[in-house]
Design a protein around this ligand. Structure first.
Ligand code: MN
Length: 318
């Protein structure tokens, strides 16, 4: 649901040393989402992807009468992960899925070659607080048949000072059933004590840790609610401190080594490919199907920018 923010051209610094940093949220105005405030963490001005995670929006707790209402729109080349901390969202897609999602459950939609969906939060179940993430699919899998799965029974593991609900990937050898296509992990961590939790990491992965409901310290860096700590690969563990019941969204994965073009709701490999996807949506191509929901609307694609979209690597920008 990116609108046209026109990411300014940035020069990639090839030799930039990748280091840890805190990514501050930026508020985004979404023409395609109504009534709610959304903060964007990824892509940021310095970090484009964390593993294959190429997009992270945080929907902040809303007033009672504000709902999220996003009419039918397309996706390609990615998986969407919807994860709630409170509230309820009703998902419909062009495969005929009709699924309500609640906190602790995972909606995983694999767009592959093309899908469309709509998302409406339920007025009766407020406030809405959650995250939507996108996983870039690698070149081998990005054109697979679209699919949608709701996971209501995700595994939980407990360690000293914290527990982890595993959305995707594995922790301590316990694996989420969520269907993924590259080495990655996502979990909701809850601190069980106010002692420093030593969270075990995979040194092959880079990671992001977002403070969800209270200030926390990650590797001694103070994070405000909604801030994301970036940890480059190479660490075997990380210390997280906070008050009891602090929640942390953890994402990670092996650095994504393909250059991608991300525009609006599409992940592709070239400007021309994105142009084609846009045109297929605008001409109501059957590859995106039709969503049957109570909104009965579709969101038109924005106009493409005047510049040629360039494939971007996951390199940290300096
Ligand atoms: Mn979407």
């Amino acid at each position: 649901m990116t609108n046209l923010e026109g990411n300014p051209e940035v020069i990639d610094c090839e030799s930039h040393e990748v280091s840890a940093e805190v990514i501050k949220p930026r508020s985004v105005k979404l023409t395609t989402r109504t009534g709610i405030r959304v903060d964007r963490l990824l892509p940021s001005s310095t970090i484009r992807l964390i593993g294959p995670w190429c997009f992270l929006d945080h929907f902040l707790p809303q007033d009672e009468d504000e709902i999220m209402s996003v009419a039918s729109h397309p996706h390609t080349g990615l998986q969407t992960v919807t994860w709630l901390f409170s509230g309820e969202v009703h998902h419909h897609d062009s495969l005929g899925s009709d699924q309500r999602i609640h906190p602790g459950e995972l909606n995983l939609m694999t767009a592959g070659r093309g899908i469309s969906h709509s998302e409406i939060s339920s007025k009766a179940k407020t406030p809405l607080h959650g995250a939507q993430l996108w996983i870039a699919l690698d070149d081998k899998t990005r054109k697979i048949e679209p699919r949608f799965t709701h996971y209501s029974d995700l595994p939980k593991v407990t360690s000293t000072h914290y527990e982890a609900k595993i959305l995707a990937g594995q922790i301590f050898g316990i694996k989420s059933q969520a269907e993924i296509f590259s080495p990655l992990v996502a979990a909701e961590l809850t601190l069980l004590t106010d002692k420093a939790a030593d969270v075990e990491l995979n040194a092959e992965f880079e990671y992001g840790f977002m403070a969800i409901n209270s200030k926390i310290k990650v590797a001694n860096q103070l994070l405000d609610v909604g801030e994301l700590y970036y940890q480059p690969r190479g660490a075997n563990s990380i210390k997280i401190n906070g008050s009891v019941d602090s929640k942390v969204l953890m994402i990670g994965g092996e650095p994504f080594n393909e250059d991608i073009v991300m525009w609006w709701n599409f992940v592709g490999r070239s400007h021309e490919e994105i142009e084609e996807m846009r045109s297929l949506w605008e001409t109501k191509s059957e590859i995106f199907g039709v969503v049957h929901d109570e909104l009965n609307e579709r969101i038109p694609a924005p106009i493409m920018p005047n510049i040629k979209l360039k494939p971007r690597s996951n390199k940290k920008l300096g």
